[in-house]
Design a protein around this ligand. Structure first.
Ligand SMILES: Nc1ncnc2c1ncn2[C@@H]1O[C@H](COP(=O)(O)OP(=O)(O)O)[C@@H](O)[C@H]1O
Ligand SMILES: [Mg+2]
Length: 274
């Protein structure tokens, strides 16, 4: 029997974009003289997104850069709130989002394991029980006692993934970051993901590696410019995605009705984002 664990009902997310990003004192003074750049404008990163993910499914979220994939994962993790719409999530969730997310740069890897545990609602005693397994899996040697700010991106990913999979999640979100791991560690992660699939964990997976997606995912949802373009079997969605982006026409114009036979959701009416 299917049981929904993540549902998005007409979810939209608006961001306020500052036209000028001030990075230094010098830039701040410059910006004071450039009045026209000081205004803010609004931007819809997601527009009326609807989908349901059932218990035990592994679903891929695909789409070009900026299509809204990470925004969906952040909304599910409640790092940000939707501007409109309803999101329902049931079950203990752990997430591997951007590198370093959830880590404090000044604390060591070991201290960050406990910090993450408390964020996920696990007390020190429970985390102490899991500590050896987390450190073993991450396999970063003595760096475990070094502040995270001195970690390479691969090391941050190792520790982040290890924590995320050892806290017994019922739902796990993985955003692109696996790609920064070396070959061996990526294989280790994929094996761990397969193990979690067997245990019935619900997985939402963002990756640009279509081979990996085809091997792992039951289903795929395609986001384009903040809208669900299509959802369906992984093979159908990847084929439709490749057809559009590999064809010259796909880069110049938007897909016409009927081009994608598996479309179940709203077809975009603007051009396809690259
Ligand atoms: N905090 C934010 N403030 C303003 N704009 C944002 C913010 N987060 C994301 N965006 C914008 O929302 C859009 C979707 O971003 P994102 O979800 O990160 O895309 P993806 O993960 O598919 O590459 C992008 O145009 C991005 O610039
Ligand atoms: Mg992203």
């Amino acid at each position: 029997m299917t049981r929904p664990v993540i549902t998005f009902e007409n979810v939209s997310k608006e961001f306020k974009l500052s036209k000028l990003r001030v990075r230094s004192l010098q830039e701040m003074f410059v910006s004071m003289f450039k009045k026209e750049l000081r205004g803010k404008h609004r931007f819809w990163a997601l527009k009326e997104v609807n989908f349901t993910i059932n218990a035990g499914e592994t679903v891929a979220l695909v789409g070009t850069n900026g299509s809204g994939k990470s925004t969906v994962l952040k909304l599910i993790s409640r790092i940000i709130d939707p501007t409109l719409g309803i999101i329902t999530v049931s079950g203990r969730l752990s997430a591997l989002l951007e590198l370093g997310a959830g880590f404090h740069p000044d604390l060591s890897g070991r201290e960050n394991i406990f910090l993450n545990g408390s964020i996920l609602g696990l007390d020190r005693k429970e985390m102490t029980k899991k500590l050896d397994a987390i450190i073993d899996f991450a396999d970063i040697g003595e760096f475990i006692d070094v502040p995270i700010r001195n970690y390479s991106s691969g090391m941050q990913m190792r520790l982040g993934f290890s924590v995320a999979v050892h806290v017994e999640p019922q739902i796990i979100l993985v955003d692109e970051v696996l790609a920064v791991g070396d070959y061996n560690f990526q294989l280790k992660c994929l094996n761990k993901i397969r193990e979690m699939q067997k245990q019935g964990v619900t997985i939402l997976f963002v990756s640009h590696d279509f081979e990996e997606i085809q091997k792992l995912c039951d289903r795929a949802i395609w986001l384009n410019r903040g809208e669900v373009m299509a959802e369906g079997s992984t093979d159908d969605i990847i084929k439709a995605f490749m057809d559009i982006y590999q064809s010259k026409e796909g880069q110049d114009s938007f897909p016409q009705s009927g081009v994608i036979p598996i479309v179940e959701q709203n077809m975009v009416t603007s051009d396809v984002g690259i």
